[in-house]
Design a protein around this ligand. Structure first.
Ligand code: SF4
Length: 245
C-alpha cells in the first residue's frame, strides 16, 4: 500500500466505518444490564470470557444482590457459587465485592461518571471505565479490547500497528481523534462485532470482507491463504499419483 497522508487516512477510516455501519446498523452493548452498577459489575466479570457467559449468571447475581450496598455485604463463597461459569470466579468474586465496598465507602453506593473516579475503583481499568461511560452514561467512551486492538491494527487506523503489543491508550487517543465523541461507543461496538464475525484473530475471512479493497493487511492474508491452498492441492495430487502405482 502506498504511503498515505493524514488526510487520506482520515478519509479511508471514514469510508471503512460507513461500511461497518451498513454491515451492523444496530450497535449496542452485548452485556445485559439495567443500570450503570449492573454494567460495571458485568464488565469486570467479562475479562477472559464471553459476554454470553456473563449474561448467563447476571440475572441470579443481581436478583440476590441488587445494588452495591447488598453486594458489599455478600459472602464470598455465595458469590463464587453464582458466578462460577464465567471462569476465574475466585478472583472475580473478590473483585466485585471489593468494588462494591469501595463504591459504598467512597461514592455512597453510586457509580461515578468520570474516567478519573472510575479508575480508582478496584478491578476497574480504562477499558471497563470506557464501557461504563459510553454505554451506561452515554458519555464519550471508546473501549479498546482485544478485537478493537487487532482490527484497528490490521486496518492501520493508528501508528501502533507494527507493534506486537500495541498500546491501548495510544490507540484510543489516535482513533478517537478521527471521530466525533458521540460516535465513540458505537465505533467500538462495530469494531468488536466485526472482529468477532469476520476479522478473526486467526484466519480472518478476507475473501468475504467488505473492507477488503481498502484494507492494507488484505494482500498479505490472501497471499498466505493462496499458498496454503496450493500446498494442500499439491499434497493431494501427490497422494493420488502414489495411489496409482
Ligand atoms: S480484509 Fe481481512 S484483515 Fe482486512 S479487515 Fe477484512 S478480514 Fe480483516
Amino acid at each position: 500500500m502506498a504511503r498515505e497522508t493524514k488526510a487520506q487516512r482520515h478519509e479511508r477510516m471514514r469510508e471503512q466505518y460507513i461500511r461497518l455501519i451498513e454491515l451492523y446498523p444496530l450497535a449496542q452493548c452485548s452485556l445485559n444490564h439495567r443500570n450503570e452498577w449492573e454494567l460495571l459489575v458485568a464488565t469486570v466479570m467479562s475479562a477472559q470470557t464471553t459476554d454470553e457467559r456473563v449474561n448467563s449468571v447476571t440475572p441470579e447475581l443481581f436478583d440476590r444482590y441488587p445494588d452495591a450496598q447488598a453486594l458489599s455485604q455478600a459472602q464470598l463463597w455465595d458469590v463464587e457459587e453464582i458466578i462460577r461459569p464465567v471462569g476465574f470466579y475466585h478472583m472475580k468474586a473478590l473483585h466485585i465485592i471489593e468494588l462494591s465496598e469501595a463504591l459504598v465507602e467512597r461514592f455512597n453506593g453510586v457509580v461515578p461518571h468520570t474516567m478519573e473516579e472510575l479508575t480508582t475503583l478496584p478491578g476497574v481499568g480504562r477499558k471497563t471505565a470506557n464501557v461504563v461511560l459510553g454505554d451506561a452514561f452515554h458519555l464519550p467512551g471508546f473501549p479498546v479490547d482485544t478485537h478493537v486492538k487487532r482490527v484497528t491494527s490490521r486496518l492501520r487506523w493508528h501508528t501502533q500497528w507494527r507493534k506486537t503489543n500495541p498500546d491501548p491508550v495510544e490507540i484510543e487517543k489516535q482513533v478517537t481523534a478521527e471521530f466525533p465523541p458521540e460516535w465513540w461507543a458505537d465505533v467500538s461496538h462495530r469494531l468488536i462485532y466485526f472482529g468477532r464475525q469476520i476479522c478473526h484473530a486467526r484466519n480472518p475471512e478476507c475473501e468475504i470482507c467488505p473492507l477488503r479493497e481498502s484494507c492494507p493487511a488484505a494482500p498479505q492474508f490472501l497471499a498466505q491463504k493462496a499458498e496454503k491452498e496450493a500446498r494442500k492441492k499439491y499434497a493431494e495430487q501427490r497422494k493420488a499419483l502414489k495411489g496409482q502405482h
